[in-house]
Design a protein around this ligand. Structure first.
Ligand code: ADP
Ligand code: ADP
Length: 229
């Protein structure tokens, strides 16, 4: 579903490549965890998928399509994106936040309203209570649920999640991880998930990519990673 072929990313001001000749195949419907210490190239790898960062060389394909051929704005409408601090628009209601991409896509008001309520329910947030609240009225865990709902709104085939639960306390974090795995059972998205926490990677991942210095040092299922430390 997502293929990297010999992808290199070198930032202007650096001698060393941040991502160094990466070959990667991510299967449809699986959660692929990118794990490794700070600075190893996880976020750079992820941001090349939605063209927030342009690869220096190499090719990236999504569903067989060379992303060089796709307009970045259109690409991002089909790739859900969740980041650590949620990036919710503070002045907008929860419903309007979730509706961002569906509005861009020109969905009818009715369809958007139904979808917002459906997603709030999926995230265990009562629509009657939360629809018209602002992000500041929600707890960290609730905001992060809304962040996930917003990314899912237009049902994108691919989701990028960059330390989505990293800012939460351990209990809330564990709860959201469990919830998200339950949701993924239903939705079956292709997910690239960045974390520096190996336990999170082992818990959440179908596949795990261990990175160091811009390279893949280990790749496999959690069981394969555990049996080859
Ligand atoms: P990670 O997500 O694993 O922490 P990053 O992908 O953010 O790693 O960074 C990989 C390397 O690239 C690091 O050495 C980082 O300092 C460097 N880097 C990241 N973004 C930039 C940038 N915009 N300009 C220059 N160097 C960068
Ligand atoms: P994280 O590791 O949580 O992804 P970073 O601190 O690596 O966060 O990066 C935060 C932002 O700063 C990113 O947009 C990244 O591209 C940029 N960045 C990271 N390292 C550098 C760097 N050495 N020079 C310039 N920008 C950087």
């Amino acid at each position: 579903m997502i293929v990297f072929e010999q992808v290199i990313k070198k930032y202007n001001n650096q001698d060393k490549a941040a991502v160094d000749n990466l070959d990667l195949h991510i299967q449809k419907g699986e959660i692929c965890m990118l794990v490794g210490p700070s600075g190893c190239g996880k976020t750079t790898t992820m941001k090349m998928i939605n063209k927030l960062i342009k690869a220096t060389s190499g090719k990236i394909y999504i569903d067989g399509m060379d992303i060089d051929q796709v307009d970045p704005i259109n690409l991002r409408l089909d790739i859900g994106y969740v980041i650590q601090d949620t990036g919710l628009f503070p002045h907008m209601t929860i419903a309007d936040n979730i509706a961002t991409v569906p509005k861009e896509k020109g969905w009818s008001r009715n369809k958007i309203r139904n979808r917002v309520d459906e997603l709030l329910e999926l995230m265990d947030l009562d629509p009657e209570i939360y629809r018209d609240k602002k992000p500041k009225d929600l707890s960290g865990g609730q905001k992060q649920r809304v962040g996930v709902a917003r990314a899912l709104a237009a049902d994108p085939p691919v989701m990028l999640m960059d330390e989505p639960f990293g800012a939460l306390d351990p209990i809330t974090r564990g709860k959201l991880q469990d919830e998200f795995l339950r949701i993924q059972e239903k939705i079956g998205k292709t997910i690239v998930f960045v974390t520096h926490d190996i336990d999170e990677a082992l818990k959440m991942g179908d596949k795990i990519v261990v990175m160091r210095d811009g390279r893949v040092v280990q790749f496999g299922s959690p069981n394969e990673i555990l049996s080859n430390p």
